[in-house]
Design a protein around this ligand. Structure first.
Ligand SMILES: CC(C)(COP(=O)(O)OP(=O)(O)OC[C@H]1O[C@@H](n2cnc3c(N)ncnc32)[C@H](O)[C@@H]1OP(=O)(O)O)[C@@H](O)C(=O)NCCC(=O)NCCS
Length: 174
């Protein structure tokens, strides 16, 4: 059996692999409800080496990759706020999904901010995979908001998880 991808902190050297995962998984995930040009515009604007390098360098951000035999298959980015961990991105290549990698990336992101009381994220309402994954992980819907991506209106579901970590350990903002 192929060993499970190893989850580790991301470095600048990982940027090409991260971009490949984001591009493939974005097309697969959002292709059903966003026009191809909107997806390509978003990828071109939001996943540039410069944007990703700035993200990796941000002290309040934790970024990890899951690396298998064939290279990087998953990525997570999370931001530490005073009481909340915000999961900003979580993507696993379509061919590598349903093997526990998403769960391990999410666990690594939560573990990176041990003092936080809650975790929060936004998932597109039509993203059935993402919603099923987060529900299974214990997140509950707490609200929603609308956004526009390259001219297409999307509905984002805000989900939260009580991590119960408050007071367990010292809360050091990072
Ligand atoms: C969401 C995502 C990161 C999950 O990654 P993954 O590696 O497949 O997740 P796991 O294997 O750890 O799944 C854990 C559990 O979540 C649930 N789950 C995951 N994918 C699911 C799906 N497609 N349908 C239903 N349940 C699902 C299952 O209960 C699964 O356990 P099981 O496989 O034993 O039944 C991945 O599907 C993905 O990258 N999706 C596209 C991007 C995305 O939606 N990101 C999140 C929103 S920003």
């Amino acid at each position: 059996m192929t060993p499970a991808p190893r989850v580790r902190r991301a470095t600048e050297d990982d940027i090409p692999g991260i971009r490949a995962v984001l591009a493939e998984t974005w097309r697969d995930t959002y292709g059903a409800f966003l026009p191809p040009e909107a997806i390509e515009r978003a990828i071109a604007a939001w996943h540039t080496p410069r944007v990703l390098a700035a993200e990796l360098a941000r002290a309040s951000t934790f970024a990890a990759v899951a690396e298998g035999d064939t290279g990087i298959v998953g990525v997570v980015t999370a931001r530490g706020r005073p009481e909340v961990v915000e999961i900003a991105r979580l993507y696993v290549r379509p061919g590598a999904q349903r093997r526990g990698t998403g769960g391990r990336l999410l666990a690594a992101a939560l573990a990176a901010f041990p003092g936080r009381r809650r975790a929060r994220l936004e998932v597109e309402a039509q993203n059935a995979k993402g919603r099923a994954f987060y529900l299974e992980a214990g997140f509950v819907a707490v609200g929603e908001r609308s956004v526009e991506v390259s001219g297409t209106a999307l509905r984002l579901i805000v989900m939260e998880l009580e991590t119960g970590a408050a007071g367990d350990r010292q809360d050091t903002p990072r």
